[in-house]
Every structure is written in C-alpha cells, then in structure tokens.
Design a binder for this molecule. Structure first.
Ligand SMILES: *Cc1c(COP(=O)(O)O)cnc(C)c1O
Length: 353
C-alpha cells in the first residue's frame, strides 16, 4: 500500500448520480455529468454513466479525450482555446462558447473534416465569469454565427455562482428563458438545450422558470452530495464517496505556540497561534501539493487540523480516544476542491473500490 491514498467508492457515486438524475428528471431536466474534479477517471465516469446521466462534460480537452470509449455526447465546458480547435472538433461533440472568433474557427475546422460541432452559447447573467453579458450583443452574435457551416446552435446556457457567487433565481434564470424564447422567434431556430447552470441551481428545482430549462451540468452535487447555492446536503446521497488516507510520520508532544520571532510561513502568510499548553501533535505525509488543508474533514472528530505546508500536514491528536502511533493511517472526507487537488496530484495513490 502506498500513502497518501484516495479511496474512491464508485457504488456511492452511482447512487448519488441516480438520486440527482431522478430529482431533475421529475422536472424535465437532463443531467450533464461533470467529470473534471476526478480528471475523468474512467471507473468514476462509468459509475456516473450507470447512474443515468445524459451527457458527459469536462472543461479540459485532455479529459474529454480520455472518455472516447463512452458513447454519450461529450461537452467541453470551457470555451475552446484557438490553439486546441482541432482536438475540440475531433473529440468533443458540443462546446460552451461566447466568442464569435472561436465559433468561426470551430466552423472552419468542422467543415474541413466533415463534422457538425454543437454550440451552446453562454449568456452571462451577472456572475461575471464566461458568457456574453445579457444584452443585444447576444442577438448580434447569433446573427454572425447562424449561417456558418460545420456548427449547429443547439441552445443557450449560463453559469452562475462560480465566480461572483450569484445565486440562480427566478429573475436571472427568467432572463435566460426570455432570451431563448426571443431568439427562437426572431431567427426561427429550435433551441434543443437550455442549460440552467450547475450544482447551485438544484435548490431551485420545481421553480416555474427553471422548469422551462432542460439541462443542468452537475459536478459537486454528484461527487459530494451537496447543492452549492447554500451548501445543503442532498437527501439520499453520500458525502464520503472519496476518502483520503494519510500516514503518521512524526508523533510528539510540543508546545502549541512557536518559539521565536514570528515572520511569514512557507506560503507568505503570518500565522496565528492559540496557547493551549503542551499538546500531542502528529505529522502526516501529505500536504498542500495534494490537498487543500482547509478542505479536509477528519473521520475521527477529535482530530484537530493545525495546518499544512507543501508536504506536511500537522494535526493535534491530544483529545483523541485512539492512541495513534507512527505508521497509523488517518482518514478524511474531502470537499470538492480537495478532491480536485488529490485527483490531480500524482503523489496521491488512487484506489477504486
Ligand atoms: C465545473 C463546471 C460545472 C459544474 O459545476 P458544479 O458546481 O461542480 O456542479 C458546470 N458548468 C461549467 C461551465 C463548469 O465549468
């Protein structure tokens, strides 16, 4: 066994997917399963597929490329780089777009190899990440791309909460629905996909505006069993499909406050310490290169996380009922951000259950 190790329970991922597919289906919404947090690991992808998702979606073309054995339509979530157009047309069926220049390049490349690439035009409803800011610019963009060969406008989408923290509601989702109705009338287009956001839209299921959309792109809710507008747990899902195991390499009693003049830590921050006297401290062989130390939750509730540097995680085990020893393994649940880091770190061993 090699530590640190990430245990991945694909049965739990399948169950989480089934729950979300059912929840959304009841409102006429199909799920694009978002695979980026686990780098499109094919065993986890399979669990999502078994759980009933309709599309596979990822922001990286490398991950889309890894999923060619799966026969669902693949959506590239991040606007293509001009430098990757060839691969995008080759490996992705659909991409999210907001730049006419990019869509023209997709058109040229797709025409060249006799393909039709699907376009979901992204509308920025105020969160200020990707998309054409909602205005007449949306109309003029459609005018410029509607007759291009090799691409097909499949629909519209929006992304909220990820950057500006804006929560989906009647008002902003209503704007998406109105723009979509207007475009269909004006250009005689049939928009097949209206993608109403990510895991932050789940709390809104059943709302009359969200009911007029038909697609959600779900990552965190499937992986962690959590909606992301308010951070609430979703019933009938697991929050521990991913578990991190790390090994104790030092186990000593030390004061709780450093000795000497305090400058900056390894990451340029000035640390702050509370004096609790002499404490039992353990060091685990895992660090910021592998996880986000503010995004890991010990299964032993009496373990206190003190902090981490690149390769060391320091914990306080004074209050624990277990007498931990060198070589023992401490287990953690992970937030979405920590799963992303652990999956991406080549130093973390991945074990599929
Ligand atoms: C990552 C991503 C998602 C998934 O977001 P979750 O909050 O994990 O559900 C959806 N859409 C886009 C454009 C993304 O980049």
């Amino acid at each position: 066994m090699i530590f640190p190790r990430l245990l991945i329970n694909t049965k739990k991922i399948k169950q989480n997917t089934e729950t979300l597919v059912k929840l959304t289906k009841d409102h006429g919404i199909e799920v694009a399963g978002v695979t980026k947090a686990f780098c499109a690991n094919n065993d986890v992808v399979q669990a999502m597929v078994d759980g009933g998702i309709k599309f596979l979606a990822d922001s990286r073309i490398e991950n889309i490329k890894k999923m060619q054995n799966f026969h669902l339509k693949k959506i590239l979530l991040r606007s293509p780089m001009l430098s990757e157009i060839e691969e995008v047309v080759k490996y992705a069926d659909i991409s999210l777009n907001s730049e006419v220049t990019v869509m023209k390049a997709l058109s040229t490349e797709a025409t060249k190899i006799n393909k039709v690439h699907g376009i979901i035009l992204m509308i920025d409803l105020g969160d200020l990440r990707e998309g054409i800011y909602y205005s007449d610019e949306v109309i003029s963009a459609i005018e410029k791309i509607k007759d291009l060969k090799g691409i097909e406008i499949l629909g519209l989408g929006t992304n909220l909460t990820c950057f500006g923290g804006v929560i989906p509601d009647k008002n902003n989702i209503g704007k998406l629905v109105n723009i979509s109705d207007f475009i269909e009338g004006r250009f005689n287009l049939n928009l097949q996909i209206i993608s109403g956001g990510n895991s932050s839209s789940i709390y809104l299921l059943g709302d009359d505006m969200l009911n007029k959309t038909n697609n959600l792109r779900l990552g965190e809710s499937i992986i962690c069993g959590r909606e992301t507008a308010y951070g609430n747990r979703i019933e009938e899902t697991y929050d521990d499909a991913f578990i991190l195991e790390a090994e104790i390499i030092e186990n000593r009693e030390k004061p709780s406050v450093p000795t000497g003049t305090i400058g900056m830590d390894a990451f340029g921050n000035i640390p702050n310490f509370e004096d609790k006297g002499i404490r039992k401290r353990a060091i685990l062989a895992v660090g910021k290169q592998d996880i986000d130390d503010s995004g890991i939750i010990p299964l032993d509730e009496k373990v206190i996380i003190l902090g981490a540097s690149s390769d060391h995680l320091i914990i306080d085990i004074t209050d624990c009922d277990t007498e931990y020893e060198i070589g023992d393994i401490i287990k953690f649940k992970l937030t979405y951000g920590s799963i992303l880091k652990a999956m991406t770190s080549s130093y973390v061993n991945k074990k599929i259950l």
